[in-house]
Unconditional design. Sequence first.
Length: 364
Amino acid sequence: MKITISVIKADVGSYPGHCQVHPDLMVKANSILDEYKKSGQVIDFMVTHAGDDLELIMTHNKGINNKEIHELSWSIFKECTEVAKGLKLYGAGQDMLSDAFSGNIKGMGPGVAEMEIEERKSEPILIFMADKTEPGAWNYILYKMFADPFNTPGLVISGAMHQGFVFEVHDLIENKKIELSAPEELYDLLALIGTPSRYVIKRVYAKNNEIGAVTSTDKLSLIAGKYVGKDDPVMIIRAQGLFPAVGECLEPFSNAHLVAGGMRGSHIMPLMPVSEKDNHPTRFDGPPRVIGLGFQLNNGKLGKAADLFNDVSFDSARKRANLMTNYMRTHGPFMPHRLPPEEMEYTTLPEVLEKLKERFQKIE
Ligand code: F6R
Ligand code: MG
Ligand code: MG
């Protein structure tokens, strides 16, 4: 039987400011999904949050881009928006860019990552959810996981992975996609994904076409044409066997690499891997955070979730992220802490610059 895993998320209000999702929203989403589970519309689900983003993890057998699943997610976000408004939460309904549902939730504000799989004899699934960053933040992580033998020894010593992987890369500006094969086209791949604000890894496949990874690539700013919030991304990974081991999947997060999207969606900051309990960006609205949940799928049932970064072995990554934050903060409003101008185009900066336009004089 084919199983679809859908992770659909939206920021529909948080407290205080953009810190975290209010428990009442989670209760609401849980109770609605409980009904959908009873009526058989979803096989299983889990509601969680990454900072101020409400995350719906669902399994079903309706395939990806399914109207029913997208519509029910939309209606959950709508109902949670009402709860958020009732509590006067900050940014209530922020990611709901449209008034009415039109068949597919993509492009309407919420972020979506979905994969349809034939469940293996044993199917470890890892779901990563980040706050205060953008979909391109996964580029470095996925490259290390699926293409870097210094991260993933399986690429060298496991016959199952030795042939490498295929990366589907999306150009978010031109709305085009390309497939590149690693290791054969590694340098071409890097030439693109080294620009994570534009080129984003959408999917990774084993060479036998089995899907191994999928990300959300919804850039809210590009959808709305102006800054309306962050595009805080999610990602689903299949681990073990044909794919990297759980430890190989987690290893790239130990670097706390620099990502875009901190404070006002306008700053470069380190990505800090945290356990669920530390999942609320506070200092400088950050640092950007990522949580990871691990499941052993069982005929579509999620089973018990493992809190992947709830581990002392990630303490040094967290320490590093804090030290990096200290250092980056010393730059104040200067690049490269602040994003380059092209990436500030959809923020609130252009309005400020507009005011100065008239005062510029020609240099003789
Ligand atoms: C939102 C985010 C925050 C906000 C900042 C300003 O997830 O990244 O850093 O951009 O708190 O928010 P507003 O403009 O709503 O006052
Ligand atoms: Mg918010
Ligand atoms: Mg967020």
